[in-house]
Design a binder for this molecule. Structure first.
Ligand code: THU
Length: 145
């Protein structure tokens, strides 16, 4: 029997200390949140992802009276990217919340598809957490053991 302890590698910083590309991505995520449709939860979330060619794609949460039909901001952006640019790697994503488990799993698969780590920026107020890989957000995700 082996007991192990996992450590999670991330950086905590503030918005004013971000490098310009990260700051731009987070700014676009925050602006995307303004367009969210969340009349039921009133919790507006925005996401902005950067593709390998530099293109930025934004998404926000879209709710529905049939609650399970709603979708998170991250998945709106990620699925749009994969639907329209299936061969293009996602390199980074900024989200104005801490992603739910389903979105972490979706991001993990995007990272697997890309074959390179996806940088993840999570923001709340002025605070920002930066993860170098989705694996740091979802250890032991649904994958090979
Ligand atoms: N939500 C997101 O958009 N992203 C997350 O990672 C967490 C939750 C949305 C879903 C729902 O519209 C609202 O926030 C409240 O849960």
């Amino acid at each position: 029997m082996n007991r192990s302890i996992l450590t999670i590698d991330y950086t905590e910083t503030t918005k004013d200390l971000l490098d310009p590309l990260d700051a731009e991505l987070l700014d676009k995520a925050a602006r995307a949140a303004d367009g969210a449709y969340a009349p039921y939860s009133r919790f507006l979330v925005g996401a902005a992802l950067r593709l390998e060619n530099g293109q930025v794609i934004c998404g926000n949460n879209q709710e529905n009276a049939s609650f399970p039909a709603g979708i998170c901001a991250e998945r709106t952006a990620v699925f749009y990217a994969h639907a329209n640019f299936p061969e293009t790697q996602i390199r980074a994503i900024a989200i104005t919340a801490s992603p739910c488990g389903i979105c972490r799993q979706v991001l993990l698969e995007s990272e697997k598809r890309a074959g390179v780590p996806i940088r993840v920026l999570l923001a709340a107020g002025d605070k920002v957490r930066i993860f170098q890989s989705v694996k740091d957000l979802l250890p032991f995700g649904f994958d090979s053991f």
